[in-house]
Design a protein around this ligand. Structure first.
Ligand code: PGA
Length: 253
């Protein structure tokens, strides 16, 4: 089965309001007419509304960088899935390594969020990936398996077919050190195997697995050429419309 590629930009905590709007307006223009690929931007949450207005009528979808698992209530500072939907989000990044390692999110936390995202009708982009220490200790497969199975506990096959997994080796994020084609290909193939063992081949074949970690306009094409790499989650290179548009084009060329 040929999975439709999906390129998402994670802007993290890096834009002002006017930069966010200008960036997405330039991106809209740069990708006008590009077909055969899903694309999304994930701005800081306070600018979701502004960016949502700016992408109306384009093929650029909107995603959030995080959410809370509760539907509503006394959770100061948090945002619910329904709120994200309300401002036009279709996707939400969950369990990004910065949330796991800087903010202390566990697989159980991520799993609760995945359930809440599906319950509300958002598509989760669930991030997994090992640290450098874990890779050097030959624990990559174990860590990725723990994160994959832990974050998707209780998720059924129909939901799993919709989920997006982002394999992001922590040592490659924001470092300029991209995983080699062999390294990324191996983990992506292992992830496909985990999906098959858990959900069967028909579902596993539908799940898109993005690679993330120092993806640029220069290295995207060779990564995206790998059969189990179905897209990219892009940080730094998504902050410039021209480089992000090149990565999007690389997914369909
Ligand atoms: P990077 O970030 O492309 O800047 O390495 C990727 C990510 O954290 O999603």
């Amino acid at each position: 089965m040929v999975r439709r590629p999906f390129i998402a930009g994670n802007w993290k905590m890096n834009t002002t309001r006017s930069e966010a709007v200008q960036l997405v307006e330039a991106l809209r223009e740069a990708v006008a007419g590009v077909d055969g690929v899903d694309m999304a931007v994930c701005p800081p949450s306070v600018y979701l509304d502004a960016v949502s207005a700016a992408v109306q009528g384009s093929s650029v979808a909107l995603g959030a960088q995080n959410m809370y698992h509760q539907a509503k209530g006394a959770y100061t500072g948090e945002l619910s899935a329904a709120m994200l939907l309300d401002v036009g989000c279709r996707y939400v990044i969950l369990g990004h390594s910065e949330r796991r390692h800087v903010l202390g999110e566990s697989n159980e936390d991520v799993c609760r969020k995945v359930h809440a995202a599906f319950a509300a009708g958002l598509t989760p982009i669930v991030c997994v990936g090992e640290t450098l220490d874990e890779r050097e200790a030959n624990k990559t497969t174990d860590i990725v398996a723990e994160q994959f199975f832990g974050s998707l506990a209780g998720i059924d096959g129909d939901q799993a077919a919709q989920v997006v997994i982002a394999y992001e080796p922590v040592w490659a994020i924001g470092t300029g050190v991209v995983a080699t084609v062999a390294q990324a290909g191996e983990v992506h193939a292992n992830l496909r195997g985990m999906m098959t063992s858990r959900y069967g081949a028909a579902v596993a074949d539908q799940i898109r697995i993005q690679y993330g970690g120092s993806v640029t306009a220069d290295n995207a094409a060779e990564l995206l050429a790998i059969s189990d790499i179905d897209g990219a989650l892009v940080g730094g290179a998504s902050l410039k419309a021209d480089s992000f548009a090149k990565i999007i084009r690389a997914a369909v060329s």
